[in-house]
Design a protein around this ligand. Sequence first.
Ligand code: FE2
Length: 187
Amino acid sequence: MNFEKTRLKFDTTKLIKDYQDFITNNEFVTDDKTLVDFNAICINRKEGDESSVTGGNVRGKYWTYPTDTAAEEERLEYVDEEAYNEICPEFAGTYTEEVYNECKKHYKLGRMRFLMKPPRSCLSWHRDPERRLHIPIITNLGCRMVIENEAQYMSTEHVYITDNTKYHNFFNGGEENRVHIVATILE
Ligand SMILES: [Fe+2]
């Protein structure tokens, strides 16, 4: 199954507040400042390790087809997802921490991040090492995740599992930023 709705339910308004508080006080972290369309905020980190939420650790290994040949290429470094088990200090005591802890009761998780996609932007056609848990918090009707040949609009009413081990993409065809909490599922 490419997309699966879970039974989890969270207060989107509270998550938006945590997200907005964070960007008021901090900034997005990217591994490359020219990558203006990749905007991530790490919610958890390796224990006591500030560097685990910067640089390439914000992104992680993936595979892609960069040209019209069938030559798949591997990009970026492997991330030790299992080591991410501590809430980042900025989120300690917030509703986001409650959400993180609740999700961990149901799934074995690696990294959890807020991922923002600006309007009129999309990702590469790629696959990741693991599936993902998606909590949409700000979206619009022009947003779609595409896995293989299936496209899905993800509503803020639901929490989804997406099979990112298959080739996929995401595009925001609307005119406002899209923000999801995305967590790696390890099993
Ligand atoms: Fe992906």
